[in-house]
Write a protein that binds this ligand. Structure first.
Ligand code: UD1
Ligand code: UDP
Length: 359
């Protein structure tokens, strides 16, 4: 008997990517185990997603928790190695670009267990982002590479990865968005939060925006300048809370800082917003499909399809308020393109390839 397919999740953005792949493999009768590393934990960053998404609770939670990059990566590497030795899976599936992704892939590669990387080939070409290092290393050691967009396929080819290992399958995170669209209710979100139109949603957690006091202070000034024009609702990632609090984020009456939200509630707020300000990867993609103007507070993006096919624009902190003002003046687009294959069937395509490879 071949071993199970073992999925690794670590952080919040992994859950909506894993759910459709797990579901599509279950439909094909594949034996699976879900392992959570524990990089993200607690009600808001972990439990809520297993109630809302079509994903069973993990069979194993390795409980590694927070730490420096080296400490966290090493803890995942060691814990996953032990598990792989016990379980001998036929395939390890890793998602995205977080520390848990690269650590688990490395543990499997050293044990000669095949690795599939979902969301392979994204590149910001910015090694100051820890995720870029995780992406490059994971792709280098993966056996099966599932890409969301043609640019990702091209990057993998340029890095010398054989074409037969690369599969352009679309975007599983968008499968999850489309599967939950009926419950992603802008009117309800507006009512629950007592919001009047227009309002802006913000999510901010990249180290380059929130880790250093000077950046955090500049960010807070930019968000306050937006709040002079519209209510800003900000479900704040735990990473930035202390620093942004010290920088005075909470001191504007039209900035509402909330705890991190459940998936359905968060996307309800996004769906009704006039614009979204973010440094998240996934939110750039979700706004692209929802047709909500997205202003990304970063100098680059590994998701260029959200700009060429979507509603995303890269902005600076200094230019943010003027960009929001322009969005408020223009209003929401009536129609918008969506990248090819972001159609709700990526999980099915990934499962087809995995089943073929396993047989
Ligand atoms: C991680 C990913 C990032 C991803 C983000 C998604 C890496 C290198 N970074 O960043 O790519 O965009 O997740 O949300 O893997 N914390 C909590 N509770 C939690 C998790 C974290 O309070 O459940 C706090 C801890 O103080 C921790 C800090 O947030 O030290 C950072 O957490 P960590 O998982 O290291 O990185 P993220 O910034 O969450
Ligand atoms: N998200 C959520 N609640 C929030 C903020 C984000 O459910 O309060 C979801 C969001 O819709 C997307 C995912 O979390 O599905 C993105 O995760 P995050 O921004 O933390 O990570 P990134 O995509 O930047 O790696």
């Amino acid at each position: 008997m071949p071993g199970p397919v073992l999925h690794i999740t670590g952080a919040r953005p992994n859950f909506p990517k894993a759910a459709p792949v797990h579901r599509a493999l279950a439909e094909r009768g594949v034996t699976q185990r879900l392992v959570h590393t524990g990089q993200h934990y607690g009600e808001q960053m972990f439990d809520v997603f297993f109630r809302q998404l079509d994903l069973p609770r993990p069979d194993v939670d390795l409980g590694v928790g927070s730490g420096s990059h080296a400490a966290q990566t090493a803890a995942v590497l060691t814990a996953v190695e032990d598990l792989l030795v016990q379980q001998r899976p036929a395939l390890l599936v890793v998602y995205g670009d977080v520390n848990s992704t690269v650590a688990a892939a490395l543990a499997a590669a050293k044990l000669q267990i095949p690795v599939a990387h979902v969301e392979a080939g994204l590149r910001s070409f910015d090694r100051a982002m820890p995720e870029e290092i995780n992406r490059v290393v994971t792709d280098r050691i993966a056996d099966l590479l599932f890409a969301t967009s043609p640019d990702a396929v091209a990057h993998l080819g340029n890095e010398g990865i054989a074409a037969h290992r690369i599969h352009l399958v679309g975007n599983p995170m968008i499968d999850t968005l489309l599967a939950h669209l009926d419950h992603i209710d802008a009117d309800r979100a507006r009512a629950d939060h007592g919001l009047a139109d227009p309002y802006v949603v913000a999510t901010l957690h990249r180290p380059a925006n929130v880790d250093h006091p000077v950046d955090a202070a500049e960010l807070v000034r930019a968000v306050h300048a937006v709040a002079d024009q519209a209510d800003v609702v900000l479900p704040l990632h735990p990473r930035g809370r202390t620093r942004l609090h010290s920088a005075g984020l909470f001191r504007h009456e039209r900035v509402r800082v909330l705890d991190p939200m459940g998936y359905v509630e968060f996307l309800g707020l996004v769906r009704g917003a006039e614009a979204v300000i973010t440094d998240s990867g996934g939110v750039q993609e979700e706004t692209t499909v929802l047709g909500v103007p997205c202003l990304t507070l970063r100098p680059n993006t590994e998701r260029p399809a959200t700009i060429t096919h979507g509603t995303n624009r890269l902005v600076t902190r200094a230019g943010l308020a003027a960009e929001v003002e322009a969005r408020l003046r223009l209003g929401r687009p009536q129609s918008w393109p969506v990248p090819p294959l972001w159609d709700g069937r990526a999980g099915q395509r990934i499962a087809e390839v995995i089943v073929r490879e396993l047989s």
